[in-house]
Design a protein around this ligand. Structure first.
Ligand code: UD1
Ligand code: CA
Length: 453
């Protein structure tokens, strides 16, 4: 759509029921602030400029709401006088003149672009106000959409509604689209003569009609409109978000054995034929290519898992972990800021940090890259086809050449050239009969003690 579009996002509610020291819209869903979800929805509906109406934490909210290619401005609503008043807090933005103005709520994060796109289509067809409504069997608390002769004539708030009007089950989501050229004039006509003494955005329906304008409604699925007022609702929204995304991924060809135990981040990408076993947690920034397997109880964040690689069970991939095709990171291994080359194996109880592991190398159980000297981080480079014996400590900065061997139990502090064998451990001594001597002495000591009483 070539029409210009401003989104006004209302986020000035005092969020008392969250019992939080930060604005409600900063609380995360799927590892990113609620407000960012709303912003993503309006951005994919074509919004290019955003006005965030906030009551607190203005800078943090604007920062959390930042989207690529979108100008985001925060407007402070100092007094909370209703939704109509809140939209007018962004008066300066609206006054710039847009074709379309969208109104969204910062605390309704499951919303997608669909309802906004449908509403913008109605504006393009000549509507002045488009109400986004929904049907529900629990209408209590919502504004009701009142229809006469098939036309939307008013939105009646619960508190102002008659007994008869309260029976209506078609409700106002609160989200709206307004003809941007007329928006300011219409908004400025809103008064506060109602049960709550607030400036109701919903009055736009009657105001626009009185001015001879066209008002229509489009419907959104109720599931997208769940709002967040307290931590229990936050958890409920998280649950709904997770269910929706797991479902999408499964339909796109990802196997999840127990999907309800897999937790995804907003940007988790998983390719076709990947298998995600139970109890896997994805933090932000993870991509898993097709055919990879993530075994149970693994935790991944900022990591890339290439085709055919396997992770876990009980593996931790931290930011910057990059597993090449067919590589393996096994149980109780932690990988951070490290490349694990094609077909390389890091199978047991190992820490690989700030490192490069070449193709087809084998990292034995208990190997540790000692990357930190207490002040700085240093890099470990391991070539291709190297073999690091179990329980070795590689003290970085260090490099191990292609095809080199490190004997198990070594502490490696000097570089190892290609194809060399490095031993960095005490030489073994064997003393025949010595164990027996020690044991007999100990037994004699015990017997003497007992005899003394
Ligand atoms: C509003 C609608 C109602 C709709 C319901 C959907 C009005 C008058 N009523 O009612 O028809 O069914 O939403 O949830 O619009 N906000 C501000 N500043 C304000 C007031 C509100 O930023 O001064 C923000 C809140 O943070 C919230 C949103 O606007 O995100 C809605 O406010 P809320 O008080 O929840 O509206 P309702 O009375 O529930
Ligand atoms: Ca509400």
């Amino acid at each position: 759509m070539s029409r210009s579009c401003l989104a006004v996002i209302l986020a000035a509610g005092d969020s008392t029921r969250m019992k939080s020291s930060m604005s409600k819209v900063l609380h995360p869903i799927a590892s990113r602030p609620m407000i960012a979800h709303v912003m993503a929805a309006v951005a994919s509906a074509g919004m290019t400029d955003a006005a965030l109406v906030v009551g607190r934490d203005a800078d943090a909210v604007a920062k959390a709401g930042a989207v690529e290619d979108v100008t985001v401005e925060a407007f402070l609503q100092t007094e909370r006088l209703g939704t109509g008043h809140a939209v007018l807090a962004a008066k300066d933005a609206i006054a710039r003149g847009y074709d379309d103005v969208l109104v969204a709520y910062g605390d309704v994060p499951l919303i997608t672009s669909g309802p906004f796109l449908a509403a913008r289509q109605k504006l393009a067809e000549g509507a002045d106000v488009v109400v986004i409504g929904f049907h529900t069997d629990k209408p209590t608390g919502y504004g009701r959409l009142l229809v006469e002769n098939g036309e939307l004539v008013a939105i009646r708030e619960e508190k102002d509604a008659t007994e008869e009007e309260r029976k209506v089950t078609w409700c106002n989501s609160g989200l709206m689209a307004i003809n941007g050229r007329k928006a300011l004039a219409l908004l400025e006509k809103i008064g506060n003569d109602n049960a709550k003494g607030e400036y109701y955005l919903t009055d736009l329906v009657e105001i626009a009609r009185a001015a001879g304008g066209r008002v229509v409604a489009v419907d959104a699925p109720e599931a997208e409109l769940t709002g967040c007022n307290n931590r229990a609702e936050l958890a409920q929204i998280e649950k709904l978000w997770q269910e929706r995304r797991r479902y999408e991924l499964m339909l796109s060809g990802v196997t999840m054995i127990a999907p309800e135990t897999v937790f995804l981040a907003y940007d988790t990408e998983i390719g076709q034929d990947a298998v995600i076993e139970p109890n896997v947690v994805f933090g932000p920034g993870v991509t898993v290519e097709g055919g990879a397997v993530v075994h149970a109880f693994s935790h991944l964040e900022g990591a890339h898992v290439s085709a055919g690689a396997t992770v876990g069970p009980f593996a931790r991939l931290r930011p910057g972990a990059h597993l090449a095709a067919g590589s393996k990171v096994g149980n109780f291994c932690e990988v951070k800021k490290a490349e694990i080359g094609e077909g390389a194996k890091v199978n047991h109880l190992t820490y690989i940090g700030d490192a490069f592991v070449g193709a087809h190398s084998n990292i034995g159980a208990g190997t540790i890259t000692c990357n930190y000297d207490g002040v700085n981080k240093h890099v470990t480079r391991i070539g291709a086809n190297a073999f690091i014996g179990s329980n070795s400590a590689l003290v970085a900065p260090i490099s191990i050449g292609d095809g080199a061997y490190v004997a198990s139990g070594s502490v490696i502090t000097a570089d190892v050239p290609a194809d060399a064998l490095a031993l960095g451990r005490a030489r073994q001594e064997v003393k025949p009969e010595r164990a027996k001597v020690i044991r007999e002495r100990a037994l004699a000591f015990k017997a003497a003690k007992k005899a003394k009483g």
